[in-house]
Design a protein. Structure first.
Length: 289
């Protein structure tokens, strides 16, 4: 594997960052997880839009232009000769001192990893995930905006630990008011009487790229979408449920807290959305080669 770091490619064994990088010391930086399929990067422009927004929100000036960043992403895939896989695009504040002051970091660092990925086995897309509610609450938007996809994911990691220890495939996170925010790494949707519902961004979830794609597919299929505040009751009583994320794509959920959702099997509308999503991933995106 060859990894891009600040304009050059290094073998995996030689790809290193400084122990004084503020991304390592303080989680000071931003990132994007991006998928590519059939030689095309899916939703690259949307991911770069979010990267630029996240960077501006934390006063981090990206060291590459939009065109240069695009080429660096595409070159990272080419260097590894891949057609399908996952890109981790990371921008750290850069090397500084042991103090918090970001002014000591003279230049941000860009790291790009292009590799294969399998987040869930295919059988789970056919059978569905079991999800539990985590005790760890989502960080309040007033403390730190969930729209910043930052390198500090400890809040999500702690919730993921709960899900793993409970033997669940994912963990549902609530906000401080008890409303549904998102899962540890994915947005959540339910279907109730023919309408799709997902929590509003103001509840504390990330504005997911795949979430936005589902909005477009739903409109194409004639399925109404609403964004009300939601509680676990809404999920317990849903007809269907699924999660969305770049790595997870669209994956059905069949239970929450050991309570079956619908008939305990992936629903027909979820299957329609998955099928259309997979069609899009194979036929659209930014060409790599």
């Amino acid at each position: 594997m060859k990894i891009y770091i600040d304009g050059a490619f290094y073998p995996e064994s030689e790809a290193k960052v400084s122990v004084f990088d503020h991304g390592l010391l303080y989680g000071d930086g931003v990132f994007e997880g991006i998928r590519f399929y059939n030689g095309r990067v899916f939703e690259l422009e949307a991911h770069l839009d979010r990267l630029w927004d996240s960077s501006r929100a934390i006063c981090l000036t990206l060291p590459l232009s939009r065109e240069e960043m695009t080429e660096a992403v595409l070159a990272s895939v080419r260097e590894n000769g891949l057609q399908d896989g996952y890109i981790r695009l990371v921008v750290t504040r850069g090397v500084g001192t042991l103090g918090l002051n970001p002014e000591t970091c003279k230049r941000p660092s860009v790291i790009i990893i292009a590799a294969s990925i399998t987040l869930y086995p295919e059988e789970l897309y056919l059978r569905g995930l079991d999800v539990i509610t985590c005790g760890t609450r989502r960080i309040a938007p007033g403390a730190f905006s969930p729209q910043v996809k930052s390198l500090n994911y400890l809040n999500n990691v702690l919730a993921k630990i709960e899900a793993v220890q409970a033997g669940a495939g994912e963990g549902l996170m609530l906000n401080e008011q008890g409303y549904v925010a998102e899962c540890t790494g994915d947005n959540i949707f339910i279907l109730k009487r023919g309408t799709l519902f997902t929590p509003p961004i103001s509840a504390g979830g990330l504005r997911g790229i795949t979430r936005e794609v589902v909005f477009k597919i739903a409109a194409e299929l004639g399925i109404a979408v609403r964004e009300p505040e939601m509680t676990r009751y809404d999920i317990y009583t849903a007809d269907e449920c699924f999660l969305t994320g770049t790595a997870a794509e669209i994956i059905p959920v069949i239970s929450l807290d050991k309570r079956l959702i619908g008939n305990g099997k992936p629903g027909p509308q979820t299957a329609r959305l998955i099928a259309r999503f997979r069609e899009l991933t194979q036929s659209s995106g930014t060409p790599i080669y």
